[in-house]
Design a protein around this ligand. Structure first.
Ligand code: PGA
Length: 217
C-alpha cells in the first residue's frame, strides 16, 4: 500500500478563496507524484466546490450516523458520498473533547461510513478505543493527545511501540498524527512502519504539505 497522507484542515481557512488556493496549490504540487495517496479533509462547506482528481482525493472531518431525517445541523455519509468524498475521519480527539463524542456515537458513525461505501479513519490515542468488532475496511490513526497541535511530535520509538501494539490487536493500516512536518514525516513511515500520516497544521501550508508527501515517497 502506498503511504496515505491525509490533510485535516480542521476549522480552516475562513474563506472559500483561500480554501481553493490551498487545494489547487497541493494539486499542482503532487501532479507528478505517484508514490502516495493524498487526501484533503476541508470543512464540510468547501467539499462541494473543491475538485478532487486522481492525485488528491477528498475526505470529511466527521459525519452523522443516520442517512437523513430531522437532525438539525448534521451531514450524512450518503451526502458526502454524493459529493465524491472517499474518506471520513471519525472520533478525532477534538470532537471527543469539545463535542462530547463518546465511543458509542463513534461506533455508530463508523458503521454508517462503511455502509455508504466510504473509508473511515478512526482516531485513537489508546488501544482501548479500538472497537472489539472492528472490521476490514477501517483505517486507524494513532494520535497521542500531547502531540496534537503542540509542535511536540511523538518520538519515533514510542510511536513504533504503539503501532506494534495496535497491529498485534488488529491487522489494519495505521496512520500517525500529531505535529507532523516534512522533517519528521519519513521517520514515521520508514522507521516506525506506519501506513501513512494524518497532518493538521502543516496541511494548510501547501508547500510544506507537498514536501511531506515527497519525503515519504
Ligand atoms: P497537527 O494535528 O498536525 O496540527 O498536530 C493533527 C491532527 O489533529 O489530526
Amino acid at each position: 500500500m502506498k503511504p496515505l497522507i491525509v490533510g485535516n484542515w480542521k476549522c480552516n481557512p475562513t474563506t472559500l478563496l483561500e480554501a481553493k488556493r490551498i487545494f489547487d496549490s497541493v494539486k499542482r504540487g503532487v501532479k507528478n507524484i505517484k508514490g502516495a495517496e493524498t487526501v484533503i479533509c476541508p470543512p464540510f462547506i468547501f467539499l462541494s466546490v473543491l475538485t478532487p482528481d486522481q492525485n488528491v482525493k477528498l475526505g470529511a472531518q466527521d459525519c452523522f450516523w443516520e442517512e437523513k431525517g430531522p437532525y438539525t445541523g448534521e451531514v450524512s455519509p450518503s451526502m458526502l458520498e454524493g459529493l465524491g468524498v472517499k474518506y471520513v475521519i471519525v472520533g478525532h480527539s477534538e470532537r471527543r473533547k469539545y463535542f462530547g463524542e463518546a465511543d458509542e456515537m463513534i461506533k455508530k458513525k463508523l458503521g454508517a461510513v462503511l455502509k455508504a461505501g466510504l473509508k473511515p479513519i478512526l482516531c485513537i490515542d489508546k488501544i482501548s478505543q479500538i472497537p472489539k468488532d472492528i472490521k476490514r475496511g477501517y483505517i486507524l490513526a494513532y494520535e497521542p493527545l500531547f502531540a496534537i497541535g503542540s509542535g511536540k511530535p511523538c518520538t519515533i520509538e514510542k510511536a513504533k511501540k504503539m503501532r506494534n501494539s495496535i497491529q498485534k490487536k488488529v491487522k489494519l493500516p495505521v496512520l500517525y498524527g500529531g505535529s507532523v512536518n516534512s522533517q519528521n514525516a519519513p521517520g514515521y513511515i520508514k522507521e516506525a512502519g506506519f501506513s501513512g500520516l494524518l497532518v493538521g497544521g502543516a496541511s494548510l501550508k501547501p508547500r510544506e504539505f507537498v514536501d511531506i508527501i515527497k519525503e515519504v515517497c
